[in-house]
Design a binder for this molecule. Sequence first.
Ligand SMILES: Nc1nc2c(ncn2[C@@H]2O[C@H](COP(=O)(O)OP(=O)(O)O)[C@@H](O)[C@H]2O)c(=O)[nH]1
Ligand SMILES: [Mg+2]
Length: 345
Amino acid sequence: MRLGIIGLPGSGKSTIFQALTRSKPEQQAHKGHRIATVRVPDSRVDTLNRLFRPEKTVYARVEYLLPYGTKAYSPDGQSDESFWNEVRPCDALIHVVRNFHQQGGEAPHARDDFIKLETDMIFADLVVVEKRIERIDLDKKRGKEISAEERKLLEACLRMLEAQRPLRDDPELATAHLLKGYTLLSAKPVLVLFNNDDEDEIPPPWEEPPELCNPLVVRGKLEMELAELSPEEAAEFLTAYQIKSSATDRVIQHSRSVLGLISFFTVVHKEVRSWMVPQGTTALDAAEVIHSDMKRGFIRAEVLAYDDLMAAATYPQAKKDGKVRLEGKTYIVQDGDIINFHFNV
Ligand SMILES: Nc1nc2c(ncn2[C@@H]2O[C@H](COP(=O)(O)OP(=O)(O)O)[C@@H](O)[C@H]2O)c(=O)[nH]1
Ligand SMILES: [Mg+2]
């Protein structure tokens, strides 16, 4: 899962990237976007570790992408597309909105800032969709075969975007398979992070919030300082500022639920490992996440639910209890499944 960090210049993207990924500040010489991966904490993996005592443990990871470009607005109102192009391949976006006071005193105007970037995103999609429709119509005129279904979907996108609505408001349209290749920005799930002052935990005033995108309040600067501390110092810091869990954990857990992701586990070759896949993933597609050979040579999946393992205490006991099931290609993987794929290539 790759999450792209977007926001107006000065909203705190770099600060939050550093907080989330515990990475170093930007180097002057660095050109291009930055990517850092972070492990997804999961207490079930810790428990499996105690039970199986593997030599190696691998946690599922999320990737954060910090664009290199900035969303600058030139005086003629032209906006630079390179910023958007950097985040197009991401699965979801984290929209950082300034809700802290700037040095010198400018008060935050979170709502306006949010709408400004949101509008820009919708416009960027509109350009893509219009161009594509033109192209299809031209092809049709020339007697080429076109996809009427795709044309219809694009038309539906056009209507929404022209009404200034992000495509994510229509989940079916936003996830339509035929539109995947266009990497439309407003179709991606969004998490809004209000970047607050150190002493402030309150979301910004918002009279009529748009269908707001899973907002979370973080204190970027504070969290960045927290990320630089040793675990012992961090624990003291958390208590002092009454922070229950760090932004890193909250953002990950939140993204998981917003994106509808579930975890399954594998215990093989002395390795316990967690994997994240979208809800509704079949056993066959889950196998492919591990290795394309596993999908190609798929025979069956041996599945044990995490809770059943906990109830039985050991794998052999769970097997005796009849809790270990053999499932086929179309089985829908459930959160917490421990899966042993049988395959042959
Ligand atoms: N007070 C305060 N300042 C912040 C916070 N987050 C970022 N800043 C400051 O705002 C400025 C812009 O932050 P930066 O992360 O570079 O924003 P970017 O342009 O979106 O990458 C820097 O001077 C930061 O130190 C915050 O949560 N509180
Ligand atoms: Mg920056």
